[in-house]
Write a protein that binds this ligand. Structure first.
Ligand SMILES: NC(=O)c1ccc[n+]([C@@H]2O[C@H](COP(=O)([O-])OP(=O)(O)OC[C@H]3O[C@@H](n4cnc5c(N)ncnc54)[C@H](O)[C@@H]3O)[C@@H](O)[C@H]2O)c1
Length: 378
């Protein structure tokens, strides 16, 4: 049980009932409150951990756990946890506040009551600092091609999200678009190019990748409207194929790593395996995103990728090389593969932000391979 106590000298205390005593956790009321939707998914939980580690701010994160997993599975297990109504308060300092909910329900509450979090949970802050919106139906290629109408629900989540944003006017908003927003005709076997930010032009649209890409394009458009018409600072990012040690096994990088760790032979690959992507480590995605938020406020979008095209066959070679064997490749030609080649041009980001990825594909993949070996040993 948690009681928030607000003192006149603008320091705030949380009283947490732990075992038999109330403990007092003082903290400065001037510290910011941030909101992260989809905070238990792959990208969201990495941001929750990063902000917790690098700031002294309070982070409210919301996830319906439809895909993401409960914070007890990815936060330090020694962190104490207690409850304030349906909100879990995590950490000795009470700076991580987790709400298991459909974000659309939360958005509707926030639209009904512009002090919903303050009035419902006794939190004291004026406006949100940063809002990161990761709640989305994603699901990888199987879902993007296999159930596109479910993925189209992202249009609904994003529309309600941006309505909340323009009403609440937080300090800054981060909207993750995707490389899937780029026109698919620039990613074919014959005509693939390194995709530049200017290859998306709202005055001359190309066809994005399924409903997933369409929802991201719409999200970017709403981001620009929020900035231009309502004066909200919004940054959009287009991550290419983000990966990391703790990514779900439905994604290719950790799945291939796990199968290499198991010495799979023959080694299955979706399609011919010649299709390629631009793999970028989650730590680089976060570094670039946070930097971009300091510089981009008009809702425009930047690429986040390595700028290199790596085929799935190359990826298998890297992982089986780590494992020390050379398997026979078994193409699964009935599986969905998406566009042939998707990779980016990072020149604009280098010029505008002076940023380049730090983690090479080899280093990042080795980290994932080590994690796969550790998981195998559990
Ligand atoms: N991972 C990447 O490489 C990548 C690349 C480009 C864009 N993005 C974007 O970043 C965002 C996060 O992607 P991710 O890879 O972490 O996906 P993810 O599926 O791991 O995370 C999404 C999270 O949102 C939650 N969620 C879904 N619907 C919800 C709802 N209605 N209410 C509350 N929670 C809900 C899920 O439980 C999940 O935890 C998405 O918008 C995605 O399109 C990711």
């Amino acid at each position: 049980m948690v009681f928030y106590h607000f003192c006149s000298n603008r320091t705030r205390s949380i009283f947490v009932w732990r075992k038999t005593v109330f403990i007092r956790i003082p903290f400065n009321n001037t510290m910011a409150f941030h909101l992260i939707s989809g905070g238990c998914g792959f990208v969201g939980r990495n941001f929750v951990k990063r902000l917790y580690r690098t700031t002294e701010d309070t982070i409210i994160f919301v996830d319906d756990l439809s895909v993401g997993t409960h914070p007890s599975t990815w936060l330090d297990t020694s962190m104490p946890s207690t409850k304030n109504k349906d909100m879990e308060i995590i950490g000795e300092d009470g700076r991580l506040l987790f709400l298991k909910a459909d974000f659309r329900d939360v958005l509707r509450e926030m639209l009904k009551d512009d002090r919903f979090f303050q009035n419902t949970y006794g939190l004291e802050f004026d406006k949100f600092g940063d809002i990161f919106h990761f709640a989305a139906i994603v699901g990888g290629r199987a879902k993007i091609d296999g159930d596109p109408m479910v993925v189209a629900l992202d249009l609904a989540i994003d529309a309600e999200f941006f309505l909340m944003v323009v009403r609440h006017k937080p300090a800054r908003v981060m909207y993750p678009s995707s490389s899937a927003a780029y026109p698919v005709d620039l990613q074919t076997d014959q005509d693939a190019i390194a995709l530049s930010e200017s290859d998306i032009n709202f005055k001359k649209m190309g066809q994005p990748d399924m409903t997933y890409g369409w929802s991201k394009l719409t999200g970017e458009y709403l981001a620009q409207i929020a900035a231009e018409y309502y004066g909200v600072s919004v940054t959009c990012i287009r991550p290419f194929s983000g990966y990391g040690e703790d990514q779900d096994l439905t994604y290719p990088v950790p799945a291939i790593a796990a199968r290499a760790a198991n010495m799979e032979n023959p080694f299955e690959v979706w399609g011919s395996g010649k299709q390629g992507r631009d793999f970028v480590h989650i730590d680089d995605v976060m570094d670039c995103t946070l930097l971009a938020m300091d510089h981009i406020h008009d809702g425009s979008a930047i690429n986040i990728g390595s700028g290199k095209l790596t085929s799935f066959l190359d990826l298998i070679k890297v992982f089986t090389g780590f494992a020390g064997y050379n398997p026979e490749i078994k193409p699964l030609l009935d599986k969905p593969v998406g566009v042939h080649s998707r990779y980016c041009n990072m020149d604009f980001v280098k010029e505008k932000l002076g940023w380049e990825p730090k983690i090479s594909v080899e280093e990042g993949m080795y980290r994932v391979y080590k994690a796969a070996l550790e998981n195998q040993a559990k």
